[in-house]
Write a protein that binds this ligand. Structure first.
Ligand code: ATP
Ligand code: MG
Length: 538
């Protein structure tokens, strides 16, 4: 049987996983049964990007609001009629928790009558088989997958299938959803579903779409990996102008959007997790009038998305201004400024910057300056015992990187000259080997440590821990490292100190050994011969 908890743990991002525990703890404390549902399960199983976490509780999630906020979640919106709470979780993770419910559609075009229900009943009101699964996160049944419509089989078959014949009549927004999913995943709409879809389209069911559904569908575009393709498909089906009568693909800044998605991918590869949603919406609607855009804002349920989209230009201008001022007068200063800027703003400005200087600085930050880290002499630092175990390591690593960035250390020799004074004294020699009766008397005693041979210091013992962090590898890392260096000056014992707050770049031991022969190393002294002799006498 598939282990879905394991799949969940390996597929979610660290921020999403933390979000799962946060929500699980709050729901458990309130005695509510909790399930991961909908698209999150579909994407875990199918291997696609998991863009948001959909939870369902048996009970009213709005009651959890205070506890969720206490635990660090931000409530972005509440939907009273469906009892859904929309959350922003620490990091850039989004989630929604909805009440397990039944929906009774009594009149076309009117919202359904909602009643609390069990998770089994709730799955029956869903849109497609692939979205009608739930994973239990409850003690006792944790890891159990509820899949009453065999959604797993449809994922394998790459099919989008409605649960019953009235699906599109009850909720015509499902036609837009079907088009969006088909475009996103390149899956087929199952034959009978397609027939229902065509009939619903012909019957103009879409005229009865609820305003709230339009808002959801607009917002959903913000988080597509290929929003342009999805928008084109929506337009082809006639759905884009359902979302707004003036919206069509000619209103999209296609170049800007393409550039945005490329830069976003580049940033993701560098370890950033920018929320591209607001910028995607900006480009998707670039050529709509201000009034039309304001109409869209009114429809979107998540106000955090609306605010970020509305303010994006203003915030980008502020950052651009700082990038042309004193604060960014040198590469190192610019680096520091951008390391602490919101990744969303870097992303947006990378595409929209009007001044060449700003554009160039962002470009350098995302490309050229990162290569400077390769000039940090990691093996030699290891030999000098300047390793992440040193409490002052983050500051040293940062300083050397800043000086390299500013061209103040122009050669390897200059860099080593700068580094040498920071080398700590060599470790004390290991105790001499025990010989004679005393040693024999304790056969289980650990073998005495052998003194390191000249040049081996970097590889053995300390050297093992001397996997050095490149200070420039990750966003804000250098700034963090600096903060750490300042606030906690050399007080921690070396063994306890954490490595620099940057991803660790493993330096193969062999490479370190190879460089060690070029000897900037301080040889580890041999143990005093005298003591050994005394023992021998005994
Ligand atoms: P995405 O990856 O875009 O988030 P999703 O399937 O998770 O896709 P959401 O809008 O997050 O879509 O909705 C979560 C779940 O709620 C869906 O998977 C589906 O089970 C259910 N759902 C959403 N909209 C509808 C709808 N109009 N009719 C029925 N069920 C719906
Ligand atoms: Mg979802």
């Amino acid at each position: 049987m598939a282990d879905y908890i394991y799949s969940m743990e390996i597929r979610l991002t660290p921020d999403q996983l933390k979000g799962v525990s946060l929500i699980q703890d709050v729901a458990r404390a309130a005695g509510m049964n909790l399930y991961l549902t909908g698209g999150a399960i579909r994407d875990i199983i199918s291997g696609f990007t998991i863009r948001d976490l959909d939870f369902t509780v048996q009970g009213n999630p709005i009651k959890l609001q205070k506890e969720l906020e206490k635990a660090g979640a931000h409530v972005a919106a509440l939907e009273e009629d469906s009892r859904t709470i929309f959350l922003s979780l620490p990091g850039n993770a989004r989630a929604e928790i909805s009440m397990a419910r039944t929906e009774r559609f009594e009149k076309t075009g009117k919202p359904p009558i909602v009643s609390p229900a069990t998770i089994h009943e709730d799955l029956r009101r869903r849109d497609f088989t692939v979205n009608a699964m739930a994973l239990s996160l409850n003690e006792g049944s944790r890891g159990l997958l509820l899949d009453p419509f065999n959604g797993v089989a449809d994922i394998e078959a790459k099919l989008i299938r409605i649960l019953h014949n009235y699906s599109f009549l009850e909720d015509p927004s499902r036609m837009i959803r079907a088009t969006r999913f088909a475009a996103r995943f390149h899956w087929q709409i199952e034959e009978r579903t397609q027939a229902r879809y065509d009939a619903a389209k012909e019957g103009k069911y879409i005229d009865h779409i609820l305003r709230s559904s339009i808002g959801h569908e607009i917002a959903a575009l913000a988080h597509e990996d290929d929003p342009l393709q999805v928008a084109k498909n929506l337009e082809k089906e006639g759905w884009l102008d359902v979302l707004h009568p003036h919206w069509n693909t000619s209103k999209i800044d296609t170049n800007g959007l393409t550039q945005l998605m490329k830069t976003r991918q580049h940033m993701v590869d560098l370890g950033y997790t920018p929320d591209a949603g607001p910028a995607v919406m900006y480009f998707l609607t670039s050529r709509l009038s201000e009034k039309d855009v304001a109409d869209l804002w009114k429809l979107i349920p998540r106000k955090d998305l609306v605010e970020a989209w509305r303010d994006i230009e203003t915030h980008a201008k502020e950052l651009a201004k700082r990038l042309t001022g004193k604060e960014a007068a040198t590469p190192s200063r610019t680096w520091n400024l951008l390391s602490t800027a919101r990744p969303e703003m870097i992303l947006f400005l990378a595409v929209t910057a009007k001044q060449q200087a700003v554009e160039q600085k962002i470009k350098n930050f995302l490309t050229k300056w990162r290569q400077v880290q390769q000039r940090i002499p990691l093996p030699e630092m290891t030999e000098l015992l300047i390793t992440p175990q040193l409490p002052e390591y983050p500051k040293i690593a940062r300083d050397v990187f800043m000086l390299l960035l500013d061209g103040k250390l122009r050669s390897r020799t200059e860099t080593l000259k700068f580094l040498k004074p920071f080398a700590p004294p060599p470790p004390p020699p290991p105790p001499p080997p025990r010989r004679g009766r005393a040693a024999k008397a304790a056969p289980g005693a650990p073998a005495p440590a052998q003194p390191a041979k000249k040049g081996e210091a970097a590889v053995k013992g300390k050297g093992k821990a001397a996997v050095v962090a490149p200070p420039a590898a990750a966003p804000a890392a250098v700034a963090k490292a600096e903060a750490k260096g300042k606030s906690k000056p050399e007080t921690k014992p070396a063994a306890q100190s954490k490595p620099a707050a940057v991803p660790q770049k493993a330096q193969p031991a062999q490479a370190a050994a190879k460089h060690s022969s070029k000897s900037v190393s301080k040889p580890v002294p041999k143990p005093p011969a005298k003591k050994a002799k005394t023992k021998k006498k005994r």
